[in-house]
Design a protein around this ligand. Sequence first.
Ligand code: C2E
Ligand code: CA
Ligand code: CA
Length: 353
Amino acid sequence: AEVLPADATIARFGGDEFALLVPSVATAAAVVGLGEHVAEALAQPFSLGGCRIEVEASIGVALHPEHGHDVEGLVQKADTAMYLAKAAHLMVQVYDPSKDHNSRRRLALLGDLSDSISAGHVGVEFQPKLDLRTDEIDAVEALVRWNHPEHGPISPGEFIPLAERTGLIQPLTSHVLDESARQLRDWRRLGLDLTMGVNLAARSLIDLHLVQEIGEVIERWGLEPAWLQLEITESSIMTDPARARRTLGDLDAMGVGLSIDDFGTGYSSLSYLRRLPIDILKIDRSFLADVGVNSDNQAIVRTIVALAKTLRLETVAEGVETVEQYELLAGLEVDRVQGFLFGPAGPATVISR
Ligand code: C2E
Ligand code: CA
Ligand code: CA
């Protein structure tokens, strides 16, 4: 606050994003200067509970009236500029329409997403997970699929982050949860003893209705809570650890299973991890890539498995593509494996007795 003019407003957007409204700055150069001051102030290391903390901020700037007249438009432009700043490793970037290649497609896509959900163009596919002790499929992961009527399939890696930046992640998550739960009910009726993994976005973890909604889905489809495994990435937990911890606590109390996804890529502390009601660690697939020849990766996988055993957590290795990886993981006594070697995500019909 010390570096800001008196009339500036700071607002938290959620997670690690903040907005600054600065009415009194006259020129773009002055805004950049101010942005640099803010970024430098944030870059000062500080101490928290005896630990030295360093943070890095990227700032995107949109100017009124040059870049827009309404809040939504200006925030979206500032957001685009912030992404450019991040990508270019700059502290501050002013919105530049000529660098905004994505925004048209992004905006157009977002506009289509909610229509697509209601029109049935957003569906779910299921990827099997194999129990390494029995070599049987005992779990699946639900992966959302968007088949755009004009652009064809669009990957979740592209539209989930977009949906997260808008209100659309909520209807999307509801849709995936409901479809997955319905499918699980069908499989259970057929006598298949499966659990269902559903991914949750960082934004969903701070959604106050999430817990209630999951309770309703379980009711609606007559499921046992433990049949659901919610997959949450390590980094989305660390976006707002206090909030995440509460949400995870509530979900745990309800009896649903909790997995940490992409484990090993985030920055969670082990003491923090120990206090979360987690059941499963999913070892990030980047560590499996060349695990046969890369002794560093092999050591990392070994260490994660040992850690999981100490904390009494199950392990899932994802992204298993080769027999060599499979054998190595079996040797390490990983509990479950998932990957193209056993099948990609597909329609529900790929799972049968
Ligand atoms: P994830 O949760 O880590 O999901 C695993 C991703 O790895 C999937 O990509 C899957 O198709 C892919 N994959 C599976 N086996 C292999 C393999 O052997 N090799 C390689 N190279 N890849 C493999 P997908 O479906 O494109 O999903 C990407 C990410 O999008 C997911 O990563 C997840 O973070 C997110 N996502 C997917 N569905 C949902 C959803 O319903 N809700 C939310 N919030 N996020 C979702
Ligand atoms: Ca996942
Ligand atoms: Ca993952």
